[in-house]
Design a protein around this ligand. Sequence first.
Ligand SMILES: [Zn+2]
Length: 316
Amino acid sequence: MKRKCIIGLEIGGTNSRIGAVALDGSLIDSRISDSKIFAQGTPETAIADLAGYIKNYIEERSISEIQAIAAAFPGTIDSKRQILYSASNLGENGKCRYDGMNIPQGLSKYFSEPVFLGKDTDFILYNDIKELGIDTEEMVAGIYFGTGIGSSFYYRGETIYGSDGVTGEIGHLPISDHDRKCTCNEHQGCCETVASGWRLIQIRDEYFPDTPVNQIFVRHRNEAPLKEFVNYIARILALTGNLLNCAYTIVGGGVINMPEFPRKQLLKNTLQILRHLYPRDTYRLLFSPGGQNAGILGAAQFLFRQLGIDKQEGKP
Ligand SMILES: [Zn+2]
């Protein structure tokens, strides 16, 4: 394949996707893999395994003319977007084998192209903003309920990284009194212990063991455990709404996209909890249109900015 492109890799808590995106922002090709191939193994071979995965994809698809590579992780990253602090949904007991590593520096030994590190939800929000045609100088929030809970905040054309790079760790805000263990290894009533994909599987196992997870809202959305689950999601949205008064809040992720997830009920519950008159009366909740390749396409949007690439094919 001889066409100028970038390579985007999005490592998720459950599945990972890699793909090539042309300089006009269109997807050329993508592939999905089980995230276990990244999660399992030792720290010693972590970077080599990651590089091998990317190289294998590039060779298999005969991709040349690569302008840059971006890898996104579901975790916390330093404000310079070099070091992965922690990716607790990509390992066990709050630990992941990439913790503490400088990923771009490590990968640069294997590639001649520039390599960047990003947070998965930052890339997904870039793609959502583009696909939804959002044009505002005010703040935009992206809150994603997948295996865990990820978020990203965008203001005046930039992602807000925060002093240490860890703005938006909503998944680990203490919100509940119970002492279930969270993936961060604490028992502090984190949001993820009441409103994440992994919590939904626990609910299925406890209350609806005969229901496949993807049918849980189809069969049981009006029953108490799921009503409580949806209300916790609403509380998280309202908490963010009251705190930041964003112009738009985009909600997405695997949980929200499950069959018959009660989207109208979620909006109703959120509006009930939000402070009034404002931000309740102006609250704009949008659902992420991001499909399977949103992380890859968002990685391209991120790289185009980093490299100053004009989105016209052939005009870098
Ligand atoms: Zn936690």
